[in-house]
Design a protein around this ligand. Structure first.
Ligand SMILES: C[S@@+](CC[C@H](N)C(=O)[O-])C[C@H]1O[C@@H](n2cnc3c(N)ncnc32)[C@H](O)[C@@H]1O
Length: 207
């Protein structure tokens, strides 16, 4: 676990150049993960921790030409690799910390976050910020192209019950940061937790 943004940047900067050649067969899984957001023409969607922007072509397909796609990442080298891969053609590439986004409240209809939350020193702060910029009822997809057990095995570590993405931990984490967990899938084929943005407590609820 990284404890500060500088560590995270250094970790991913070293991996940016060959990020996609390491995982060349993941595109169908990304397409399927994005499909779960059920995006509509004209909507606004953020790829949080976009890396090289692998999901951005699918996000653009979802929102169409009139929609808005943004990819935000903390690591300049990842964004440079995204630009080299032509991902800027699918949306805006933004150097930003997902815990402090330069976006207005309720700006987004949906957020896709692949491989992000396991790397955050303060996941609750990031999830709260994502909830702030997402409209009430907007959707969040926390995605990984392989499941937790397979990822732990690949990394040579044991899967423990305190794993952030275990359902008994993730549900309350989302609940305390502005989201409601609506579905949870964790198999060797992939991880996908879907959540819905809650109305802020005390917010106007015009009937
Ligand atoms: C495991 S990589 C996944 C990249 C991409 N989503 C993908 O699926 O290929 C995690 C990414 O999250 C970015 N990241 C980590 N913490 C972040 C933060 N607080 N704000 C924005 N991006 C962050 C890293 O720079 C890295 O590019």
């Amino acid at each position: 676990m990284h404890t500060d943004p500088a560590q995270i940047r250094a970790f991913f900067a070293a991996r940016a150049a060959d990020w996609e050649t390491r995982y060349p067969d993941d595109a169908p899984a990304y397409r399927a993960g994005v499909a779960e957001l059920d995006l509509r023409e004209g909507q606004a969607v953020l790829d949080a921790g976009c890396g090289t922007g692998r999901a951005m072509p699918f996000l653009r397909e979802g929102v169409g030409a009139s929609g808005v796609v943004l990819g935000a990442d903390l690591t300049p080298e990842m964004l440079a690799a995204a630009a080299r891969a032509g991902r800027g053609a699918y949306g805006g590439l933004l150097l930003a910390d997902c815990a402090r986004l330069p976006l207005r409240d309720d700006a987004l209809d949906a957020v896709f976050a692949a491989g992000l939350i396991g790397h955050l020193p303060d996941p609750r702060a990031c999830l709260r910020e994502l909830a702030r910029v997402t409209r009430n009822g907007g959707r969040l997809a926390l995605f990984h192209p392989i499941g937790r057990a397979a990822l732990a095995a690949r990394q040579g570590r044991e899967l423990t019950s305190d794993d952030l993405r275990a359902e008994p931990n993730l549900g309350p984490l989302l609940e305390s940061s502005g989201w409601t967990l609506t579905s949870y899938t964790d198999t060797d084929e992939g991880f996908l937790a879907m959540a819905s943005a809650k109305a802020e407590a005390g917010a106007d609820t015009d009937a």
